[in-house]
Design a binder for this molecule. Sequence first.
Ligand code: C2E
Ligand code: CA
Ligand code: CA
Length: 577
Amino acid sequence: MNSAKILIVEDDQFAADKLQLDLIQAGHRVVAVVDNATDCIDFVQTRDVDVVIVDIVLADEMDGIEAVAELRQFSDVSVVYLTAHESDDFLKRAEATRPVAYLLKPHRSRELDFMIRMSLERKRLERELKREKEEIEADLWYQATFDSLTGLPKRKLLQDRLHQIMSKSNRQSRCFLLMVIGLDNFKRVNESFGPRVGDEILYQVGQRISDVIRLGDTVARLHADVYAVLIELEESAQHTISHIAKKILKAIAQPIDIADCDILLTASCGIAMYPQDGNQVDSLLNNAEAAMFKAKSAEGNNTYRYYSQKMTLIAYDSMRMESELRQALSRFEFELYYQPQIDFLEGRVVGAEALIRWNHPEKGLIPPLQFIQLAEETGLIVPIGAWVIRQACHQLQIWQSQGLAVGRIAVNLSNAQFSDPTLLEKVGRILEDTGCAAEGLEIEITENCIMRSPVDACEKLQILRDMGIGIAVDDFGTGYSSLSYLKKLPLTKLKIDYSFVRDIPGDSNDAAIIRAIIAMSRSLRLDVIAEGVETQEQLDFFREEECYKVQGFYFAKPLPADDFERFVKCRTLRPCS
Ligand code: C2E
Ligand code: CA
Ligand code: CA
């Protein structure tokens, strides 16, 4: 049974009591009885009411009709007038406030109950209609914005996203690129295999593109056999664009298995960058499309083109860099620098981090941040990383044989290197070839690298550890590993990341994180070292926290091997500290 929440507005106490009793007996809930217009308005404004039963003549400045007229400004609650008066003026004014009934006193219980139930039913129907309408609208919106064949956004939604991103990227140092990807010769395939197969291909191509790009990026189907991809990037990652394009084209070019045949298709891709290739949605889209046609008309499909000269140059540059990077190893252009790690309580060098530099024949010394990422994407990091380990071990063996107390030498291991199935074998061989004692070697690995496949990582690290190699977690605190997991890993050291050290002692959040890391290292019985210590204040902070091992410009920059050697000798003999 439907029961209504009812507010009674009646200044005659006796009439109010009688009315309340009747309503309760009919199964309704009287949520309040008030005797004036102001309270009535307040109540409806703040509480949940289905029906208001109002007397017209109230002992108040406002009468019942005026009160309801006020209510209508913000509420469509059902109103029943219950009055002893039936003047034309009242009726006319009451009608304008859209009541469900105008009843004369004394009321008849069954009639009143009937009116209340009718009004509830009407409200319910209204709500249902509204919901149906909303559902239809949502459906229409979906059909207008998403492509039913591939489930991908249509051009309209892509344009909305572009608008959104454009207003955002004005504020940040991020840029984005728009790729338009058109299938080559799709028409021919469609004609020879029929539209059913054609549809299936279009669906699968959409899937493949989606699989290649990152979660937050957008893939849309612009029309027929043309797709678009919207990708946000750090400005410093511009040189990865051609890799993304290649990855997409490669994914599309894999055989598509439909109706027992392998269908081979390729695509052409046009690339435009925001803002340089168009700072309006339409111009950017047009230019990316124009670049796609440029790619299509290039001899042999399956290729990509940039809209602008400048991007072509950047891409060309990164291609050239890639080929130069490939040759750098055989041309002996890499060099290892060693940054001392100091125990400032004891005043001695306890080790060094080996950091790679590229001596480019024209560009001079290139820091690793400018080529490590490219090396990772191209897989070149594996041989380059192996060279780093070999070089560090070779150098270490020389120092060990001279009896120079250099401590442990740490090398950075990248993700690709760590997942290389031959890593352990390589390390073993290098130790053997160079004759360096494994106890002098340490690897630095990031939390995220470990967490990618924790079980595997644990096994691998254990084997390295068993060889005698130290294991430091690099950039500690920037990843997501759980304490319980860390406990199970055979680690020897945590490195507090530079990003936390930079703003201490001023930044209290960073200070708290550092304290937590130091406490964690103690409870896990791990060594701890702070990197990027540049100032006296930072050093004092670590003294205060009893973390005495640091690495940073305060003591020394990364140094060529012979400078590092001199540094160690000075520090140990102490005349030139
Ligand atoms: P990382 O492992 O975090 O290395 C520490 C970086 O901080 C080094 O930069 C070092 O020169 C810098 N640094 C040290 N002390 C200070 C300081 O007091 N202030 C400031 N502002 N910076 C300081 P670098 O040599 O440019 O290396 C950058 C990154 O490149 C390294 O970060 C590491 O991730 C990577 N990298 C370097 N060498 C290798 C390598 O041989 N293999 C691999 N896979 N990665 C390497
Ligand atoms: Ca490192
Ligand atoms: Ca670091």
